[in-house]
Design a protein around this ligand. Structure first.
Ligand code: BG6
Length: 492
């Protein structure tokens, strides 16, 4: 669909996300001629810069190749900067006037997107300040608000944030970002499921033994120890990104491919999650924290030695959980989520573990795990889909081995795999909220995880298992998976 002339206002323009993700994504959209001709970005933050200084700073994060040079300098001309005391309503007339000026200069209608990429405490303040100068509404254009994660730090704060945003913006103006939904491979899950005749008929409790969502990272907390220590894997990855992935795996076919139809189905999945009671948390959820170890001969710090982290911290850098979706399709099928920092590799994948054949006709010869068919949806890296199935070992007898049918996105020559932020920014510019989380679903996801967080907080006897950096987390996580295993992507 068509992208109208507009101005994107980025609050928190001197922050990391702006230079690492947003500006490069916008540049890529520009290069592919997906931005409207009449378009501008206004960076806003407290740092005192002018347009040129801002452009110089952003340039460092754009490609350096010669043939792209002209595109880069043309793109940079679309960037503007406005220093602002963002928490101070008195400063907002300045912002409003600056926007009007940029709009006039560039012949842009007054369509504005406000992107909140600031410390979360400002999510409450900026919308109110925008409203104080009427920047939240317009007669003939649009005003949209993008809210970065974290969307609340617990159930109460998420509800409160929703309520506060809705004081100034309508739900259809609010775009809550979850960059996992922007990933091409996450969206492709809907196509895999609903555009193929072969998968959907077996996508249920009759044929699926269990479902695994693994998101492993080899990095630790790097420079973000301060933030991470008050967050942990549950808040950082599970409540948002991985729950949304579960939504895509588990939802019913939407009536149409439109924001509300799809998001209704995701909400229904969250509504069907079987609550984990505080007293059951210990048996369903494992938490871990990486400890010092040697990786390939190098000494690697433990989490508690990281900068910004409390030396007695009990924050989880790993968690694994088992849960159920109590509805018709998924009755009795265990779902598992596993995520952690400082694991052996970086990989995010969904593994559909199918049930075994009812009868083992060919015996149990070495290397063959009883027709343990798996469909592996590799979200990243090496994006693709892998189907594992048994075949006869050529030669005498009927020995079976597992082989792979493997599709890699890399095999599609000359196809640009857009980054999550490219996709999401463009969608918002076009007014399409399909890949943004809806307020009610975010709250539902919080409702689900809150008892687990409470149990951890209230019961110090629930262990935080140490695991050496560079390993797959505490061994007890293996015991969670009943009558089956996690997939270990490094090993097979
Ligand atoms: C972010 C988390 O939301 O997602 C990070 O705060 C995490 O801790 C990151 O590393 C993972 O994103 P991706 O796209 O690299 O899988």
């Amino acid at each position: 669909s068509q992208t109208k002339p507009q101005i994107l206002v980025i609050f928190g323009a001197s922050g990391d996300l702006t230079k690492r993700k947003l500006i490069p994504a916008l540049y890529e959209l520009f290069r592919q001629k997906l931005l409207p001709k009449e378009f501008a970005v206004l960076g806003v933050s407290r740092t005192d810069l002018d347009d040129d200084a801002f452009r110089e700073k952003m340039k460092e994060f754009l490609p350096k190749e010669d043939d792209k040079k002209t595109a880069v300098s043309e793109f940079l001309q679309m960037l503007y900067y406005q220093p602002l005391a963002t928490e101070d309503a008195y400063d907002y007339p300045v912002l409003r006037d600056r926007l009007t000026t940029i709009a006039k200069q560039n012949n842009i209608a007054e369509n504005y997107i406000f992107y909140l990429s600031t410390p979360p405490k400002l999510y409450e303040i900026i919308p109110a300040n925008l409203a104080s100068v009427d920047l939240n509404k317009t007669e003939d254009g649009f005003r949209r608000l993008i809210v970065e994660k974290p969307f609340g730090t617990d159930l109460e704060s998420a509800k409160q944030l929703n309520k506060n945003l809705l004081n100034y913006f309508n739900e259809d103006q609010i775009y809550r970002i979850d960059h996992y939904l922007g990933k091409e491979t996450v969206q492709n899950m809907l196509v895999t499921r609903f555009a193929n005749g072969i998968f959907e008929p077996i996508w249920n409790h009759n044929f699926i033994h269990h479902v695994e969502v693994t998101s492993a990272e080899s990095l630790g907390v790097e420079e973000r120890g301060g933030y991470y220590d008050s967050s942990g894997a549950m808040r950082d990855m599970v409540q948002n990104h991985l729950m949304q992935v579960v939504g895509m795996v588990a939802m019913e076919p939407p009536v149409i491919v439109e924001a509300d139809a799809i998001r209704n189905e995701v909400l229904k999945v969250f509504q069907s999650l079987r609550p984990i009671k505080e007293e059951d948390v210990q048996n369903h959820v494992i938490r871990g924290q990486y400890i010092e170890s040697h990786i390939k001969g190098d000494l690697v710090k433990g989490y508690r030695q990281e900068k910004g982290v409390d030396p007695e911290s009990r924050t989880e850098t790993f968690m694994a959980m088992k849960f159920f979706i109590d509805n018709w399709r998924w009755s009795g099928v265990p779902f598992y989520i596993r995520t952690g920092k400082k694991l052996p590799t970086r990989v995010t994948e969904v593994v559909i573990h199918f049930k075994k054949t009812p009868h083992h006709l060919f015996g149990t010869n070495a290397g063959y795990e009883h027709s343990n068919n798996q469909l592996v949806i590799r979200i990243q890296p090496d994006e693709g889909i892998l189907l594992k199935f048994g075949m006869k070992v050529p030669g005498a007898g009927f020995n079976v081995q597992t082989v792979n049918m493997d599709f890699h996105y890399d095999d599609l020559r000359n196809v640009h795999l857009p980054s999550a932020y490219e996709r999401l920014l463009l969608d918002c510019m076009q007014g399409d909220a399909t890949l943004y989380s809806r307020g009610d679903a975010v709250v539902k996801a919080w409702e689900y995880v809150q008892p687990i967080l409470n149990a951890w907080k209230n019961n110090p006897e629930i262990p935080v298992y140490g695991y050496p950096a560079g390993t797959w987390g505490p061994d007890v996580a293996d015991d969670l998976v009943e009558d089956g295993t996690w997939r270990y992507p490094c090993k097979n």
